[in-house]
Design a protein. Structure first.
Length: 131
């Protein structure tokens, strides 16, 4: 199933690689490296987002978790997959899939499938959250 995915990461190389993997899976990808740009996109109610994939640890006042909260105001129930290059610094209480960077095509595909099948706010199993 083709999804429209907003992919956010301040590391442009990671962003480009992730976007390429998502396109290889057949998805439409909107690549954004700045939270301010991502905030403008998620504020638009006509964008038709199916999934948000964001780094947890973004620079500035709003991190990936804050971005997801903003996105869900305009897009209630929007599934979110978080990325973290700092496996030991994943905030407690995240009830979405967390992939540790770098991830493989297969890990990304499984995370998307799991995230799309589970209701928003459903705690993911440890195997799913570790990527």
């Amino acid at each position: 199933m083709l999804l429209r995915i907003l992919c956010v990461d301040d590391d442009r190389l990671v962003l480009a690689i992730t976007a390429d993997l998502l396109r290889d899976l057949g998805h439409e990808v909107i690549e954004v490296s700045a939270v301010s740009d991502a905030s403008r996109i998620v504020a638009a109610d006509n964008i038709g987002l199916d999934l948000l994939i964001t780094d947890i640890h973004l620079p500035g006042a709003i991190d990936g978790i804050g971005l997801a909260e903003r996105a869900r105001r305009t897009h209630p129930g929007l599934p979110v997959i978080y990325f973290s290059g700092l496996a030991h610094v994943v905030p407690p209480g995240i009830k979405s899939t967390v992939l540790h960077k770098p991830c493989t095509l297969g890990e990304l595909e499984r995370a998307i499938d799991l995230t799309r099948r589970c209701p928003v706010g459903t705690p993911m199993s440890p195997a799913a959250s570790t990527g």
